[in-house]
Design a protein. Sequence first.
Length: 367
Amino acid sequence: MGYLPGAMNAFEWFLTAVYGAAMNWLSELLGVRMLGYPYMQRAYLAAVCIAVIGPLVGTFLVHREMSMIGDTLAHTAFAGVAVGLFLNTTLSLALPPLLTALVVAVVAALLVEVLVEYADAYTDMSLAIVLTGGFALGALLVEVLVEYADAYTDMSLAIVLTGGFALGSVLISATGGDIAVGIDAYLFGTLATVSTASVGLLLAMTGLVTGVVALAYRPLLYVTFDETAARAARIDVPLFNRLLVVLTAFVVVSAIQIMGVILVAAMLVVPVATATGARSFKRSLVFGVLAAEIAVIAGVTLSYVYGLAAGGSVVLAAIVVYVLVLVGRRVRSNAGRAGFGWRQGPGTGISTNSTRSPEPDGGREDE
């Protein structure tokens, strides 16, 4: 473990001498003072990382109709943050809340896949169970609802959606509210609490998630579009399913400090929706990341200038980008129909159906 302090010192040097110096120069060049503040420099760096890993994982989730897992793990991570703060307060420990959140979120993600694999019930049952935050109690509750209440999807999900927050609120009240101030930052997101250690962790997560997706891209792609064909090709489908949900847990926990638990799942979905209509899966990944980068930079800037919640500002900016792209796509399509020189159809770049799925093989052969 001796290499960890050395790595942290090297990162602090990079953050100050390289990245910080570059941001200071940019601040003077543009006359924008906030770019010279260290905490804003950390916030921008963290936001840029989130904008990379969110769509990178979210694209696979959305095309598999698994986008709700982001909300599930976000609620579970809230309980994990509360556990860390509770233990620190009651036992005088020094556990990083993000560490306990990561552990709980990863366990929850793996539990989802176990339920998927052995219970043959993905979306409603597995996600509803995990959302309780108390896994055993949640499982029992859902089974009772299924067996005796004959109300499986909507009612049971509505009941257990409160579970993750319920566990967190119980832990907060158990300390007499001492951790309430600390947990607000994780609920709604904030720029001021993005520490050097948090940025270092997020950069490491970004490298890890990006590297894993790059290495496992083709099997993940096969599993995303056709699990049956993937099994026939002897791809270990359960392994890559577990890998995807664990990566999702990493993304959710990494984004909590900027986005907040309530809005963290949006970065897995909204930029991906913006990229809908891309002619290939790879292009949808790239466009999703670009849309997310625009949203986080705009959102963090607005949050500082107007004193708004960071997470809400980023999500609203992402939705604005989505709406603008949607309107632009519609205007372009209508102009093509009106005969303004744009042809529709294959190879023109104008989709006849803006919501169609991208080509699973990566698009055209000449790409």
